[in-house]
Design a protein around this ligand. Structure first.
Ligand SMILES: Nc1ccn([C@@H]2O[C@H](COP(=O)(O)OP(=O)(O)OP(=O)(O)O)[C@@H](O)[C@H]2O)c(=O)n1
Ligand SMILES: [Ca+2]
Length: 543
């Protein structure tokens, strides 16, 4: 009912109120012609005397005052409760520790996640990492006790990083990869002794030790894939996933989802996950002996088949020389069967820095001829064509970062030219340019860069177009890319198979809506009490 608010008592009269309370003589239309008499004057009249206002002001009745006070209290309480109820309480964390016992070194990772959100959607992130001094645990085959001792320093640090009251409930895992796989193949009793020593060492710490074991190549590849897709939020959001490329010292993994692969053609390369309500069929393969250190061994073995005393190696810089022991080189099960019958104790390697020849040597360590499937990568291993974006980490990153080749928008031809120039640079110049870099690493970057390019292009069949979709990465949002996080998420059941129910609104949205509604209610309440002022510009309407 426009123009007519209510039959409120005004103190003087029982007449209904009209839209122009500031024009008092218009309150009551003269009899006869109500419409004409209520038209707005060109100049609004002054307000009525104060005494009259007071008498007619509805605010001044005790009922209204009580109602207003109750209304204000109710609204303030409502908003306060909304804010307090949803305010995040001081965050408490839970922790998990994973030791990555790689072929070249061991690293300790501590992960943390909000205590109230475990088994749900709370983001798990890396809190701390520690690189164990010395080599990988597999290198302690002859003195297993030292494998255990080597871990102590980082583990003491881990003890400091996790709050004391959480120590007992913090799971601790050790996963060993290709170095221990090779040792286990070569000498399983030595591998067992190393495990016994590291288990004894880890049990002395106050964490909940869950065991030490060798990961299979499929696990290593698949958990690397889970890690990078979890960290980039692709799993939770059901987005298209990123493939994972991991290059270690002794093995290398490739894992990705392909539309053309349903797992039937080569079931051993298939890993299925149901995560956050989505099914993933991931292609994965791990090539033992094709990590960068073992691949260098394969390349050297190829060049020393006849047991020479000297070799000219195109994968090392001109002017670089090194004496290598035959028995050490051929100690690895990757090449042990190829050891020349008659060979001296050692041979001298002299670098010639020739990228093209180095590329030829590296190609010879791959078998591109046999394939019993519709398509293969190398060594007769089934692989669909690479599809989508890829994250390449560990040695892929170290090497390409050092060589300044992480920008994959650079064409493969330009990458080749840069490598050609780098490999041809004399060793003395390289040492001068990088005085602080460990010379063992430094001497191998020409080989490693050439190996990475060969592995990706000829090995995995990346093309100029798909190469540009590779990103060389070390970390994602502060957590290292690698298999460890995926491994822990899996063992602690921290990625649900089904998408969890989430609140309709985030906290901020909820509080804002409650506040807005409260203000609107309050405004309506006020309006319902107050008469409406005229604008003196429109015809009043009378009921
Ligand atoms: N700053 C660094 C660190 C490491 N490396 C080399 O990168 C390779 C791979 O390192 P990593 O990924 O740590 O291998 P591991 O995990 O030890 O080996 P694997 O996964 O095969 O067990 C090794 O040859 C290592 O010497 C490097 O060139 N530069
Ligand atoms: Ca590794």
């Amino acid at each position: 009912m426009l123009g007519y608010l209510s039959h409120l008592e005004t103190g003087q009269t029982n007449q209904p109120l009209y839209l122009f309370p500031m024009c008092p003589h218009f309150h009551h239309p003269p009899p006869g012609n109500p419409l004409a008499s209520t038209s707005c004057p060109s100049v609004c009249l002054l307000p009525p005397p104060l005494s009259e206002m007071k008498e007619k002001n509805p605010w001044h009745t005790p009922v209204t005052i009580i109602l207003t006070v109750i209304g204000v209290i109710a609204i303030v309480t409502l908003v306060t409760v909304a804010v307090l109820q949803n305010k995040p309480i001081q965050q408490k964390y839970k922790y998990g520790i994973v030791l990555d016992a790689g072929s070249s070194h061991t690293a300790v990772y501590i992960y943390e996640w909000p205590a109230e959100k475990d088994n749900n959607t709370g983001r798990v992130q890396q809190k701390y990492s520690c690189k164990v001094k010395g080599k990988g645990i597999s290198s302690y085959a002859d003195e297993p006790q030292k494998a255990g001792e080597s871990l102590r320093e980082c583990m003491f640090e881990a003890k400091k990083q996790v709050p004391k009251n959480r120590h007992g409930e913090t799971p601790l895992y050790l996963g060993a990869t290709a170095g221990m796989r090779l040792l286990n193949l070569d000498d399983s009793s030595a591998s067992n002794k190393v495990f016994q020593a590291v288990e004894e060492a880890l049990q002395r710490f106050p964490f909940s030790f869950q065991g030490a074991r060798i990961l299979s190549g499929q696990e290593e590849g698949a958990f690397g894939w889970v890690t990078i897709n979890y960290l980039s939020d692709r799993l939770k959001q059901g987005l298209e996933t990123t493939g994972a490329l991991d290059l270690g010292g002794a093995s290398t993994q490739i894992s990705f989802v392909s539309d053309s692969y349903n797992g039937l053609e080569s079931p051993k390369n298939s890993v299925n996950f149901r995560l956050y309500g989505n099914d993933y069929h991931v292609y994965t393969h791990s090539f033992l002996c094709y990590g960068k250190d073992q691949a260098l061994g394969l390349a050297l073995a190829h060049q020393t088949k006849s047991g020479p005393r000297t070799i000219t190696d195109p994968c090392f810089h001109p002017g670089y020389t090194q004496t290598k022991n035959y028995s050490i080189l051929y100690d690895s099960p990757c090449v042990s069967e190829r050891k020349p019958q008659e060979a001296p104790l050692s041979f001298t390697l002299s670098g010639s820095g020739n990228f093209t020849k180095c590329h030829e040597v590296i190609k010879s360590v791959f078998d591109f001829t046999s394939c019993n499937y519709s398509r293969c990568s190398f060594n007769g291993v089934f692989q669909p064509t690479p599809q989508g974006s890829f994250g390449a980490f560990s040695a892929y990153y170290f090497v390409m970062k050092f060589l300044n080749l992480t920008d994959t928008s650079t064409s493969i031809e330009v990458v080749r030219e840069k490598l050609m120039e780098y490999c041809a640079t004399p060793w003395t110049k390289i040492v001068k340019q990088h005085p602080k870099v460990d010379q063992k690493y430094l001497s191998e970057y020409c080989f490693s860069g050439t190996y990475i390019l060969t592995l990706l292009i000829e090995g995995y069949n990346f093309t100029s177009e798909t190469y540009s979709k590779i990103e060389f990465i070390k970390k994602i949002k502060g957590s290292d890319a690698g298999w460890t996080l995926g491994y822990m998420l899996n063992l602690t059941n921290m990625i649900p198979a089904e998408a969890p129910d989430s609140p309709l609104l985030p906290h901020a949205g909820y509080v804002s809506i409650v506040t807005i509604i409260a203000i609107l209610l309050f405004a309506l309440f006020i309006l319902s009490l107050r008469p409406v002022w005229p604008t003196c510009s429109k015809q009043p309407q009378i009921v």
